[in-house]
Design a protein around this ligand. Sequence first.
Ligand code: ZN
Length: 158
Amino acid sequence: MRNLIRGLLFGIVLILIYNHFHRRYGVIDPEFRDVYNAFQHEAILHHKSLNYANLTIEMYEPRVQDDVNGYCELSGDSAPPYIAIKRSKWNSVDAYGKEALLFHELGHCILHRDHINGLIRDSNGHLIPQSIMYPYSFASTIYKDYREYYLDELFSVN
Ligand SMILES: [Zn+2]
């Protein structure tokens, strides 16, 4: 009996460890489908043929809130790209904000782009991020107003 319980506990621990470390690859959460499709569409319009193999995009919510709204993990050339988007951020922004948020992470994970800290002046003299690879979130109205510029910039490198 004791061995049975011990065996069961061991099995449960193994399952917990497995679930903790095992990542499902190639799974796009349906909530991201439309924006992900838009990215692929824009890539074609910008004459980019990209590798999306085994890309995963998942929702997450940290137990302790921080400034991170999403992240891309690329652990070496062989590991598939992994994107996680914070649910509370995703739910709090409009369609343009969602696109800017996910396109930024796809910029890291699919276009292999780094952050760009630069600001530029628009025609009204206002400072706006030079790229959606800007490391901080910015108003979705800015992205909306300059979407075409930002998409050209995003796909211009690489
Ligand atoms: Zn980033």
